[in-house]
Design a protein around this ligand. Structure first.
Ligand code: SF4
Length: 383
């Protein structure tokens, strides 16, 4: 027997982004934008919207607590969602913040959906998973035995961007009728992805110049703060970077993830810090991590942004050879140039520079070829 996902007010308060939430406003519909921006009646709406954007800016990959997301009435929650969208549409706001906000909302939704899998908690009536899924056009049923049934096309849609191997279709249990059978926690993770994709598909609102001016007058300080603090996203053009000159340690770190194996936290940090110093684009770095067993693109982008925005965009200093040796990630014996055997070589960065001088047309084993050849960025110091 399937449990129906009946809409309830508490569901909409927790998931005000869902299609259908606008019906909560009744026949009067939405207030005017001017009222939303200036009327004292909507002060709580504005406060919640600012809070939501602050969270997206600070910790988008961390779910907000349930009390933070369902403490308001559903109408306020829906208007705050709309107000956030309007703020994100002001031309001075970088598009990267919209992506972070989508991730933040999806992660917080995951937090409540995971809690809803605890059927003994009275705050979470059965059917929340099915309700959210149904609103997004996902074919998903909660079953009376505590499981979840998802049609294969819906499963593929939700799991397409999830690289963790337990989510691969080939590893799922099928019911023989075109459905995948999963546990409720896994269904919550899949729905997180469906929510993120849905939010990303929302069209950006084009504000009239007068409306932009109104926002700049009333929210100017907050908007400036958002624009200033939003890290540069992965949309920037690649810098000068030639993967043909990467040292054996960095090549192995890349290869570990390409093989779908786990790389230590130290290895992941070293790889990102090193590639950023070389001017690799965020997109290139994301691709390096794509094979990781726990790969999540938005989380990866968020973590890379943290590393690359450090120290006004210079990023963290990549570890020296001695530290890499201590962590078991030095593979100097694989170096065809034998430069790694030179006791004067202290840093992988120095290897890259020397290798570049040795011959820019040469290719290191395992390298995929130059992305863009050129000189090193001015930040790099060499031995
Ligand atoms: S010697 Fe340094 S650059 Fe060469 S593989 Fe080891 S850690 Fe990397």
């Amino acid at each position: 027997m399937a449990i129906r996902g009946t809409p309830t007010l508490i569901h909409y308060a927790r998931h005000p982004y869902l299609p259908g939430a606008e019906d909560l406003l009744g026949p009067a519909g939405s207030p005017s934008i001017r009222d939303l921006v200036v009327s004292p009646v909507y002060e709580e709406v504005r406060r919640r919207a600012r809070e939501s954007l602050e969270h997206a800016l600070g910790s988008p990959a961390v779910p907000r607590s349930v009390s933070e997301t369902d403490d308001s009435d559903p109408t306020t929650a829906f208007l705050a969602f709309q107000y956030s969208q309007l703020l994100l549409s002001v031309p001075s706001i970088p598009p990267a913040l919209f992506r972070r906000w989508c991730l933040s909302i999806a992660k917080s939704a995951w937090g409540t959906l995971v809690n809803s899998t605890d059927t003994s908690d009275a705050r979470f009536p059965a059917g929340e998973l099915a309700f959210v899924a149904g609103s997004l056009g996902i074919s998903l049923e909660e079953t009376a035995d505590g499981g979840v049934r998802i049609s294969v096309p819906s499963y593929i849609h939700m799991a397409a961007q999830i690289r963790e191997s337990p989510y691969r279709l080939i590893r799922q249990r099928l019911d023989g009728e075109g459905n995948v059978l999963v546990l409720r926690r896994r269904a919550a993770r899949l729905l997180q992805e469906a929510i993120r994709l849905y939010l990303l598909s929302l069209p950006r609102i084009t504000l009239q110049p007068a409306v932009t001016k109104l926002f700049e007058q009333e929210e100017g300080e907050f908007l400036e703060e958002l624009a200033r603090r939003t890290p540069a996203g992965g949309d920037t053009a690649p810098g000068v970077f030639n993967p043909a000159f990467l040292p054996p340690c960095i090549l192995e770190m890349k290869a570990v993830m390409e093989r779908g194996e786990n790389l230590s936290h130290f290895g992941r940090f070293t790889l990102a810090a090193f590639l950023h110093r070389l001017g690799a684009s965020t997109d290139y770095m994301v691709e390096c991590y794509r094979g990781a067993p726990d790969f999540d693109e938005e989380v990866t982008r968020y973590q890379l942004e943290h590393i690359t925005s450090h120290d006004d965009g210079k990023g963290y200093t990549p570890p020296e050879c001695a530290t890499i040796v201590t962590n078991g990630l030095c593979f100097k014996e694989r170096d065809p140039t034998r430069m790694c055997l030179d006791p004067e070589l202290k840093r992988p960065m120095s290897y890259y520079v020397r290798r570049g001088k040795l011959g820019r047309s040469e290719r290191a084993p395992g390298a995929t070829g130059p992305v863009e050849a050129g000189d090193l960025p001015r930040h790099d110091k060499v031995d």
